[in-house]
Design a protein around this ligand. Structure first.
Ligand SMILES: O=C(O)c1cc(C(=O)O)c2c(n1)C(=O)C(=O)c1cc(C(=O)O)[nH]c1-2
Length: 360
């Protein structure tokens, strides 16, 4: 017997909610648990990730995209009503296309190619994190094993996706010089597909969740799905942001790329992880600007103003301490949690590395 997923209580008295109350309760789950709230997405959209971290996201998410039609075929197989199947099968067409070369999976491959990957490497899924595989597979298993109502309710995260997609596309275009509108073309179609799909799913759930128990199951299914999305980002954050512990066999920067992208990667750049030893490149210095009474980072023909946190970190960058050592020293100095500090230090140092005023 598997352990139950944390299930929100429909109502304290287990009263039957009206369809409108049920929808509000489902939306509330999204407001608290949807992956737009995850720190990895915040970094992605705000331009705080470097190219390799964006690559890690594109590569791992390919597995989600590739398995969505497998998931939808499993849902379809549970439907005994032809009119339902006729509607649901559109989802499979959207992702697989009607011909080789079109459909959502193809557009995601273009996105991955746009950030430098070889198509065959992405399709092989050999570099994805095990945690990505486990969470996506859990979604497929869930729809196979649970009731049709739960399977449909688990797709309801799509009610919340148009907002995050708009935010992501605008943020990434603005903040990354290596991202173009063409690269992100995958998301254009989702802006109309997702609301259409979500509309059908929410109406189905409102109509079929006719007892408090069924309503509770629908809410639990949506909660589960939020967790499927959230854990994928946890894994990306842990492996590629902080503490930067990449599991054996998972993708590491430089692999699976087309030759031009691999060459464009200058030695000493790329994602900084906790074990790396950062240093200031030749010609870059930490100085105090006495006139303005603040520290700056002086680079050839450029100056960066630094806040107190950046000064505290950069004062410890000496070409011998690792990021881990720096975080340890700061944790002691400020009597704070090392893991939390390490995550912040990595984000800050990777930001400076992207501006080419830090290397390893
Ligand atoms: O970009 C996103 O944040 C996002 C979220 C979701 C979602 O909420 O599940 C989906 C998608 N994208 C998506 O592109 C997609 O095809 C998709 C299918 C499904 C589903 O559960 O059937 N969710 C999502």
């Amino acid at each position: 017997m598997t352990a139950p997923f944390p299930t929100p209580v429909a109502d304290e008295a287990q009263r039957l909610l009206t369809p409108e109350e049920l929808e509000a309760a489902l939306r509330d789950i999204g407001a608290r648990r949807y992956h737009n709230l995850h720190p990895f997405h915040r970094l992605l959209h705000d331009g705080k990730l470097n190219k390799d971290q964006v690559r890690a996201w594109a590569l791992n998410r390919y597995y989600y995209q590739a398995m969505i039609p497998v998931k939808d075929a499993a849902v379809l197989a549970r439907m005994e009503d032809a009119s339902l199947r006729r509607i649901w099968r559109q989802r499979i067409v959207d992702h697989d296309g009607d011909h080789p070369g079109d459909g959502g999976i193809e557009r995601w491959l273009k996105l991955a190619e746009g950030v430098g990957f070889r198509r065959d490497y992405v399709e092989s899924t050999q570099g994805i994190l095990s945690a990505t595989r486990f969470s996506v597979d859990a979604y497929v298993h869930f729809v196979r094993e649970r009731s049709l109502l739960e399977a449909i309710a688990s797709s309801l995260t799509e009610m919340f996706s148009p907002t995050i997609i708009s935010e992501r596309v605008a943020g990434m275009l603005k903040n990354y010089d290596f991202i173009t509108k063409d690269t992100l073309a995958y998301f254009d179609k989702r802006l109309t597909q997702a609301p259409r799909d979500a509309e059908f799913a929410i109406e189905y759930v409102k109509q079929h969740a006719t007892t408090p128990e069924l309503q509770r199951k629908a809410m639990a299914a949506l909660t589960f799905k939020c967790n499927v999305l959230w854990t994928q980002l946890d894994a990306l954050y842990f492996s590629y942001v902080a503490p930067g512990l990449t599991p054996p066999d998972a993708w590491t920067p430089g692999t699976g790329l087309v030759p031009e992208a691999a060459v464009a990667q200058a030695p000493g750049t790329g994602t900084l992880v906790a074990t790396d030893v950062p240093r200031l490149p030749r010609g870059v210095r930490l100085r105090r600007d006495e006139v303005r009474g603040q520290h700056v980072l002086l680079a050839p023909e450029r100056t960066f103003d630094l806040d107190d946190n950046a000064v505290a970190v950069l004062s410890l960058v000496d070409g011998s301490r690792s990021v881990h050592d720096i975080a340890g020293a700061l944790a002691e100095q400020f009597a704070a949690d090392r893991t939390v500090i390490e995550a912040d230090v990595l984000v800050m140092l990777n930001d400076l590395a992207a501006k080419r005023v830090l290397e390893r």
